[in-house]
Ligand binder design. Structure first.
Ligand code: FAD
Length: 421
């Protein structure tokens, strides 16, 4: 570090403290810049484990860490809890909902995505998505209320509707939710009710595509489907959802009475990305070039889920996964260091470390290059990887203990119904 006061250094503004923003900020620790990290929440959230909060296996504080705590020793970085509303590219500044204006020399946009209802915003009220802590708590409330209401309901049809859980979207989120609710009804809740048998609950996993987990090899998709069916999940592919109401869902040619629809079907770029006025793809993500910057704006990096980076190897946009976000965030920091040193920037190259999806206790699928695994070995890899990447020492220890309790005793200690009914 030089003796220059931090305030006179060039300024990097990072929007979003998810995987991309956080890794960019950490990688700028020894670079001669002043960094401002802005997020509308005051924590970094480990989204891959949100479904565990939604299904009562983990608490919020096991999958989130306050940003200030994480950066307390990084002297060139300031954290602000603000919401960025618009970016003024010409004036090189960001304006916040709270009325602040923040100038920048480099802008790193890492605001991720929001849940997408394919043009049916009104479905959001009846079918919560899973992107935020609030979403996870709302889902947990719906799932647990289903069992509670069924226990007190005398009408057979209404009781059946309370015990019908419909999950839309057969990607990793939908599969994880279906598996966890399956475990809950078959094992966790087994001895706790008197009027109902939780095992009678119906779980439907709906997807419009040909198969669930479409980004995995077909044999792993098939294995995941078999594992879910063994847990009592009714998996329906090629089934398009056409309507969602307060106590029903219309899927294919069936109208299903249910008081719990969970949405894991789609995402689109965070709304703030549109304020850049730059070319977006159909999912509202900003198209970026080889170095991860927006077209014609070398000072604006868009990283993580909100970026559309065309991957030459697969001839498709990179997927919205944590590894892409982590690597893009670090790459943006390297480019900024290169600019300061007068070196040419390197193009971004994604190193694919494989993919994982968990189905239930001791059940997962894992694909690393040509290697394909399923069952317990895949679950052990899944648990190891998630422990490794979970931010915060305490979180790793607590998550490990909770998973061991869930594994051996089917324990789900966070079954609290919080908020309005
Ligand atoms: C339920 C679920 C399960 C997943 N499972 C996996 C998995 O198993 N493996 C895997 O690799 N990936 C998984 N993912 C995907 C992975 O979590 C994402 O790819 C990753 O979080 C993207 O990181 P990001 O930094 O781009 O965005 P995010 O992590 O979404 O972070 C964006 C941040 O920006 C903030 N923000 C947004 N707008 C504004 C604004 N206007 N002003 C200020 N702040 C703003 C948000 O508050 C948020 O903190 C999962 C995602 C979900 C939702």
């Amino acid at each position: 570090m030089s003796d220059r006061p931090v305030s006179s250094l060039p300024h990097v503004l990072i929007v979003g403290s998810g995987f991309a923003g956080l890794n960019c900020a950490q990688a700028l620790k020894s670079v001669l810049v002043r960094v401002t990290l802005v997020d509308r929440v005051n924590f970094h959230l480990f989204q891959p484990l949100l479904y565990e909060v939604a299904t009562a296996a983990l608490g919020v504080d096991e999958i989130a860490v306050t940003t200030r705590l994480l950066f307390r020793r990084q002297r060139n970085l300031a954290v602000h809890m603000l919401t960025i509303e618009t970016i003024d590219i010409a004036a090189r500044c960001a304006r916040t909902t709270e009325g602040h204006t923040i100038q920048y020399d480099w802008l790193v946009m890492a605001p991720g995505t929001v849940t997408d209802y394919f043009g049916h915003r009104e479905w959001a009220t009846h079918a919560p998505g899973l992107k935020t802590v609030e979403d996870a708590i709302a889902m947990r409330r719906r799932v647990l209320l289903g069992f509670e209401q069924a226990e007190s309901e005398l009408d057979r049809e209404r009781r059946r509707a309370h015990l019908t859980f419909v999950i839309v979207g057969g990607g990793a989120t939908g599969v994880e939710l279906a598996g966890a609710i399956g475990e809950m009804k078959n094992f966790t809740l087994r001895h706790e009710f008197r009027a109902i048998d939780p095992a009678d609950a119906r779980i439907l996993l709906l997807d419009a595509g040909e198969r669930i987990l479409p980004n995995f090899a077909p044999e792993l998709s098939g294995r995941a489907r078999g594992d879910l069916e063994r847990l009592g999940v009714d998996v329906r592919t090629r089934t398009l959802v056409t309507d969602v109401g307060p106590d029903y869902i219309v899927a294919g040619d069936a109208r299903i009475a249910t008081s719990c629809v969970l949405w894991g079907a789609g995402t689109r770029g965070a709304p703030v990305l549109a304020s850049l006025g730059l070319p977006l793809d159909r999912q509202g993500r900003v198209r970026v070039g080889a170095d991860g910057t927006a077209q014609g704006h070398g000072e604006i990096f868009v990283v993580g889920d909100g970026a559309h980076f065309h991957d030459a190897a697969s001839d498709a946009p990179l997927p919205g996964v944590a590894q892409v976000a982590i690597q893009m965030g670090r790459h943006a920091a390297r480019c900024i260091a290169d600019d300061l040193a007068g070196r040419p920037r390197q193009p971004f190259r994604y190193l694919d470390r494989g993919k994982l999806a968990v189905i239930g206790r001791g059940r997962a699928v894992c694909e690393i290059g040509p290697f394909k695994l399923a069952g317990l070995p895949a679950w052990l890899i899944w648990a190891f990887v998630h422990i490794m990447f979970l931010v915060g020492f305490r979180n790793r220890i607590v998550a490990m203990v909770e998973w061991a309790r869930t594994y051996f005793f089917q324990h789900r200690g966070g079954r609290f119904i919080i908020g309005d009914r």
